[in-house]
Design a binder for this molecule. Sequence first.
Ligand code: COA
Length: 390
Amino acid sequence: MRIGIDKIGFYAPHFFVDMEKLAEARGVDPAKYTIGIGQEKMAVAPITQDAVTLAANAALRIIDEEDLAKIDLVIFGTESGIDNSKSGAVYVHDLLGIQEHARCIELKQACYGATAGIQLAKGHVALNPESRVLVLGSDISRYGIGTAGEVTQGAGAVAMIISAEPRILALENESSYLTADVMDFWRPIYSETAFVDGKYSNEQYIAFFLNTWEEFKAKYGATLSDFEAICFHLPYTKMGLKALREVLDEGSESDRERLLAHYQTSTIYNKIVGNIYTGSLYLSLLSLLELSHDLKAGDKIGLFSYGSGAVGEFFAGTLQDGFKEALAAAEHGKLFAGRKEVTVKEYEEIFSHVLPVDGSNIELDVESDPATICIEGMEDNKRIYLNKTR
Ligand code: COA
């Protein structure tokens, strides 16, 4: 039985800031941000969006009545969780109207959470072939105004249905993974923004990629020529390129050309959204599948997932017959075209808007947010969510 990604949807909030303008405001050469880091636009979340609403809005784009009746497991991967006890998956389950005989959980291991979700979903479907699993990767990346990490912020969510006989990508059983206790990036529970040792984080990312790739080759006798493309977790688009370059010499000239060309396609969406932590690898996969013109059924795609702290995994999937028809490139194009640019000053103001943490109530202006699912306010220490279609 083949098991894998049957549907994949994406959502980003409707505001973005231009990276050249951000560079000017920070007194930095814009080429550092656009070439050195490789980012063009950064999604900015208004106060009416959090990890739950972003995930629910991403899932809304792919879910139909049959999914609502058949989903029996919702796995919410995030490092921007809104509650230390209750999982974001329970809110999404309710906001979408999924049938009640379902399990709902939240998973945390930095940007690796959605990959862990996919692997657990695969096991669940293997035991329950009729089941559909909704896997969510949703985050708002916040390092802080004027920090070195500011240029690698972003916001957005990816939602995937994992099922038997998937229409997009069948996941292979081949996989290599690695854990080591490293402090490259972390966010203590009292902090709204992340702490990062940027250079060390880059080194660890590359070391984890090389380690899992070597392990994958040793286990399965794989070579670069087996892969039509390799997608990477992308905190910023230069990061994956640095890792890919480390192994390109193992391949032929045509391997190098093919992998580099597909790498560029796999970064187009990430360049205009920014870092979405758990969803970043899958946004890159979406960019590759929706924007590439020369992929075909049977092509093997390598995927490298990395979650600081750290866990890394290299795994693989095979494109399925008719995968293009199961994607929603036009809809995602519309989403990007409909976004509104904000000035650096406006972005800084939006960044400073946070929900009350002292128990006071607040009512938010949901009319100014075009998203279907929003936070309406806070009451008695509870976030109140709204699905405008209900
Ligand atoms: N034109 C073109 N490139 C330029 C440039 C210019 N004018 N000025 C600098 N650059 C290049 C640098 O050479 C460097 O490239 P390299 O990484 O290939 O060597 C790149 O831009 C970044 O410059 P650097 O001085 O290293 O940036 P920084 O100290 O401001 O930090 C990060 C950059 C990514 C480390 C920082 O944003 C960060 O900590 N981000 C969060 C952590 C993260 O994303 N971790 C990744 C693993 S999950």
